[in-house]
Design a binder for this molecule. Structure first.
Ligand code: GLU
Length: 415
């Protein structure tokens, strides 16, 4: 969101990866643009009686491997360019973890912090109505992303089901469990992130006890990752939310940070820690840095100061192209978003499978299957990185883009 043409980054990375894949021009060119993009206008009655018009989007980037899949985000900086970028990343991500899905993304440009729950509900129902012909369990499955949650998924499911005349749980994942949501979905992105992070720690020969971790973003992904890593004996030394950043080299007490945040709605002013700027936090000493918030937070301004040995991307697109090159030159081991945060969509896939079968699994089974998929994907990407002597992002893209290209080639050109 710091960049109003983030899609250029996708194209640049695709071009770099094609040096390894050498795709036929027809397939390569097809992968350079989204399959379909829908723009909708959403008139919504606000609580004060006024009607406000919001702009919403849904993009199917590629569907060669299966139905389009991806979340929706509500944020004032949402643009079509950003949604196309994120839909492309979903396409590579689903292919890396070998799900039978293509990639999609959606969003509405709005500031939910200034809206009531009722206004958000009316906007969500209108958005679902306007994109209803574009989505469905066989064609495009929605999910949460930034500033969207379980309740919003429930409204989407209800609106779509009302249009159809019967319950269609499989049109959206990340729903409440009572509507066909999956156990373990809420924490899935963080669990997947920790799984690949521990694999990276093992690969680099580090002992994970007492490693120091800084996390940018204290929403669902960041806060859950902090809990799990803290339980594993790591020290969370730095945290940031959208308003403030805090640092304590001895380690933060996550429980009291959470209580403070719930009370004050921000980390600003938390005692027992130094208040720093976000750019300072990125450069402060830690072993593992986890960007888990907005795009572009590791950029050309702060990347040179990174001290971490590992950067694990919980967020989508958190590292700019320039920053990526700087981190690689410094020898930082980067776990790219399209691998590191794929746990969310993996459990979304489990949710969809359970919804279609109307048969639900135990949480242990979900965790075990999630871990297997993440470890397998990590090892596959690492082998490509070692064989081709490339960084982990390039290796992940070689795997993901390669699989999408293979499916496109086998399906062939229509007509
Ligand atoms: N929004 C999440 C992502 O970017 C999850 C998508 C999904 O579960 O479909 O990966």
């Amino acid at each position: 969101m710091t960049n109003n043409n983030s899609f250029q980054g996708v194209l640049d990375r695709l071009e770099a990866v094609n040096k390894h894949l050498n795709l036929p021009p027809a397939i390569y060119n097809r992968l350079r643009s989204p399959r379909r993009s829908l723009i909708v206008s959403l008139p919504v009655r606000m609580d004060n009686g006024e009607v406000k018009c919001f702009e919403g989007y849904r993009v199917h980037y590629n569907t060669a491997r299966g139905p389009a899949k991806g979340g929706i985000r509500y944020h004032q900086n949402v643009t079509l360019n950003e949604i196309i970028t994120l839909a492309a990343l979903m396409t590579w991500k689903c292919a890396i973890v070998d799900l039978p899905f293509g990639g999609a993304k959606g969003g509405v440009a709005c500031d939910t912090t200034k809206m009531s729950r009722d206004e958000i509900k009316r906007m969500t129902r209108r958005y679902t109505h306007e994109i209803a012909m574009f989505i469905g369990p066989e064609s495009d499955i929605l999910a949460p992303d930034m500033y969207t949650d379980e309740q919003i998924m429930a409204w989407i499911m209800d609106t779509y089901s009302t249009i159809k005349g019967y319950s269609v749980p499989g049109v959206v994942t990340g729903k409440p469990v009572c509507l066909g949501g999956s156990l373990g979905r809420k924490t899935a992105t963080s669990h997947g992130l920790v799984t690949v992070l521990l694999e990276a720690v093992k690969h680099l020969g580090l002992s994970y006890k007492d490693l120091a971790v800084s996390i940018i973003g204290f929403g669902n992904v960041g806060a859950t990752a902090a809990d799990i890593l803290h339980e594993k004996g790591m020290r969370i030394v730095g945290l940031a939310d959208s308003k403030a950043a805090i640092y304590n080299a001895k380690g933060l007490d996550i429980k009291s940070v959470k209580r403070y945040k719930a009370d004050k709605k921000s980390l600003a002013g938390f005692k027992d820690a130094e208040q720093v700027s976000l750019n300072e936090l990125v450069g402060l000493k830690c072993d593992i840095l986890i960007p888990a918030a907005m795009e572009g937070q590791i950029n050309s301004k702060n990347a040179k100061n990174v001290k971490a040995r590992i950067v694990a991307e919980g967020a989508n697109d958190p590292t700019t192209r320039e920053a990526d090159a700087i981190l690689n030159d410094k020898g930082v081991f980067v776990l790219p978003d399209i691998l590191a945060n794929a746990g969310g969509v993996v459990v979304s896939y489990f949710e969809w499978v359970q919804d279609i079968q109307r048969y639900f699994w135990h949480e242990d089974e979900i965790q075990k299957r999630l871990e297997n998929i993440m470890v397998k994907a990590f090892k596959h990407v690492l082998t490509i990185a070692q064989d081709k002597k490339v960084d982990m992002r390039t290796a992940a893209m070689i795997l993901g883009v390669g699989r999408v290209a293979e499916a496109s080639a086998v399906r062939g050109l229509y007509p």
